[in-house]
Design a binder for this molecule. Sequence first.
Ligand code: SAH
Ligand code: SF4
Length: 350
Amino acid sequence: MPKLYNIKNWTRQNLREWMDEKSKSVSKVQAFRADQVFYWLYQQRVESFAKMLNIGSETRKLLTEHFRISSLVKSDSLKSQDGSVKYRLQLEDNQSIEAVFMPHTSHNTVCVSSQVGCGMGCDFCMTGTMGLVRNLTTAEIIDQVLAVWQDLQEEQNLRNIVFMGMGEPFHNYKNLLQALEILTDEHGFNFSQRRITVSTSGLLPKIRRFGKEKIKANLAISLNGVTDEVRSKLMPINNAYNLEKLIGVCREFPLESRRRITFEYILIRDLTDSIADARGLIRLLHGLKFKVNLIPFNSTTAGKYLAPYPEQARKFQKYLLDHGVVAPLRISKGQDIQGACGQLVVSTTA
Ligand code: SAH
Ligand code: SF4
């Protein structure tokens, strides 16, 4: 039997072209059926072709002969006191990744992974300790959203997607872009481009390229240090693309109206949390349209760094607010379940 394609690796355009080709040999198969397949997969979220009721039996047979519909196995889930849920999801090769559901009164968010592990080696990050195991496929990215969706109550919905789980999304550029296409496709999930955020450690060539894409998702950059000395200590990528280059690319990044770049900034006791750092941050980002997400360091097992004193974190925030900077202090969701940023790590089963 020929190998079946995983249909969730295909954009609607790919599927339309394939069906168009098939329509030459199989009667009743037409390209627009791809739109219906997307509706069933991503709006009805069915898991078999048999359930795609308005698609004729001949087309369904053809689909069954060539495609399969994947899903991820939830091998574990942990619910936090704040309502967020961390899922451990098992991939077909037995590797695991994690996705986190974060509830909010007006909007629910899902945080997805883009790789198994991560190769960027940031010194404060648990995922970094795994190294890069492999990139996720488009289907594996999409299936995380579907896996989280399965557990929602009838009246609940997902509105936001953040690529802030395991991995450096821009290291997996092609699959990321395909996933974004499916997520924002009006026949697919139909997520608003404004509701999707991709977070990068600062891969400059990819940031430039991302700015030129048709899909305009939000850009977040993990900044974490305001001098090259501190940032290089925390993030090896700073040795390749230093702050001057990074901010230079940010200045050229084309922003849609009313949008801004998010800078994530981890507050680490006595390393990044002084008022001098706050001043440096403002100086560095001057002239950009931006906001800063302040993230108090989540302790990792390495124990190299410390969380800031809450009082100091508030002072840092106040300094930014007093200078007109939008700077939510993100009290990390899911701290009690190790589901917060930088705490996503799974032992590999290679
Ligand atoms: N790899 C991408 C996206 C995933 S990391 C990136 O680095 O942008 C998501 C966020 O978690 C980053 O902003 C990172 O700075 C933050 N983070 C990582 N480890 C952390 C920790 N121990 N405490 C607090 N935030 C952390
Ligand atoms: Fe990778 Fe992001 Fe962690 Fe750095 S902070 S190691 S880029 S996941």
